[in-house]
Design a protein around this ligand. Structure first.
Ligand code: PLP
Length: 363
């Protein structure tokens, strides 16, 4: 028997509930991945991705896998064994970057920060005199912290700046070209308001010229993927792998939805929803985990009050409200909740609904 079909309010760290337009597009008649109409669709999707990345990079495309594959693509294409890679770590995803870079043979220089704090651009830039790459997470989903990428971009020198924008793209200000981002990867299941399954990726010409000629991954070889997206990169469009056509239709629809509302309006909507959630939590006596001034609009981290059972509250919310919020990560698993207001869920009304339900759950 099939698993029951249930509507959940997805207010955790992702996936979020998708935009209606993205869900509807999943049901469009399937196109062949070489159909001229699909080619039009992927070109339009890549144009939309350039806008949400804030880039003119020709090589901007949705990789056919989740955000972690975006991370792997970034390192496997850019790191030669022995290359010095400075990685700013202030949460789980910075840790994951260290693991992935080391597997590619990098000489990893970790710059650790306290969880809950943003990265310190000066300290990261001074960690090594001549790194090949400086890597950083823009929006640390494990701690709910936003870091200043523009400041790091100004200090990067000759290094390539590699940025994880999984939880910022489409919901939080992101300006890849203005901030000096050379390689960026993201995911669809957060502020873009699409199901998980694609990794929006962008790479500058400067970085592309420095790429590894024959990376250890065939599937994620950016040289070959240039042909996959074709026209914009100047490469002849060729078959590489079967495109996930339904997911790309869904992403195209969400991008149209976001750009139709206006990207800056969407950022403002995420900020307003987060502000309402944070102030409502503080009024009710909850303490916020992320450092003030670096709190991520798309994801709020809350300290579980003393004497409250984190898992029991999450279970109650799921049972009574069909509402998912996230647990903390690592040593904060039982002491922090993570509440996401992303994509269509980023509204003040949704924030108020969560506050009401959480108050009910803890009393
Ligand atoms: N980076 C960040 C900041 C994330 O939040 C996530 C997932 O939540 C990832 C990378 C990995 O993405 P995925 O789980 O889609 O592979």
């Amino acid at each position: 028997m099939q698993t029951p079909i249930t509507t959940r309010s997805l207010f955790g760290p992702g996936p979020t509930n998708p935009y209606t337009e993205a869900t509807v597009a999943l049901g469009y008649p399937l196109l062949g991945h070489l159909d001229p109409l699909f080619i039009e669709r992927i070109d339009h999707t890549c144009d939309g991705l350039r806008k949400v990345w804030g880039t003119q990079n020709a090589r901007t495309l949705p990789l056919s896998a989740t955000g972690s594959a975006g991370m792997e693509a970034a390192f496997v294409n850019m790191v030669e064994p022995g290359d010095v890679v400075v990685i700013a770590v202030n949460g789980l995803f910075g840790e994951r970057m260290c693991d992935v870079a080391a597997r590619c043979g990098a000489d990893v220089v970790r710059v650790d920060h306290e969880y809950g704090q943003p990265i310190d651009p000066q300290r990261v830039a001074e960690a090594h005199p001549s790194p090949a790459i400086i890597a950083v997470v823009h929006a640390e989903t494990s701690t709910g912290v936003l870091s200043d990428i523009a400041a790091l971009g100004q200090l990067k020198g000759d290094a390539l700046l590699l940025v994880d924008a999984v939880t910022s793209i489409g919901g939080v200000e992101l300006r890849a070209d203005d901030w000096g981002i050379d390689i960026g990867y993201a995911g669809t299941q957060k502020c873009l308001g699409v199901a998980p399954g694609l990794a929006p990726f962008t790479v500058s010409d400067r970085a592309f010229e420095r790429r590894v000629e024959n990376p250890r991954s065939w599937y994620l070889d950016l040289g070959m993927l240039g042909g996959y997206v074709g026209a914009a990169s100047g490469a002849k469009r060729t078959y590489h792998h079967t495109a996930p056509v339904a997911m790309i239709a869904s992403l195209e629809a969400a991008l149209d939805r976001i750009l139709g509302e206006g990207l800056e309006n969407v950022w403002a909507r995420h900020s307003a929803a987060a502000a309402a959630l944070r102030s409502g939590l503080q009024e009710r006596g909850f303490e916020l985990f992320a450092a003030e001034g670096a709190r991520l609009p798309s994801l709020t981290t809350v300290c579980v009050p003393d004497g409250v059972d984190s898992a029991a509250v999450r279970g109650y919310l799921l049972e009574k409200y069909s509402m998912e919020i996230g647990a903390g990560v690592g040593k904060y698993a039982d002491t922090v909740w993570r509440i996401g207001l992303m994509g269509p869920n980023a509204t003040v009304g949704t924030a108020e609904y969560i506050l009401m339900a959480l108050q009910d759950a803890v009393t």
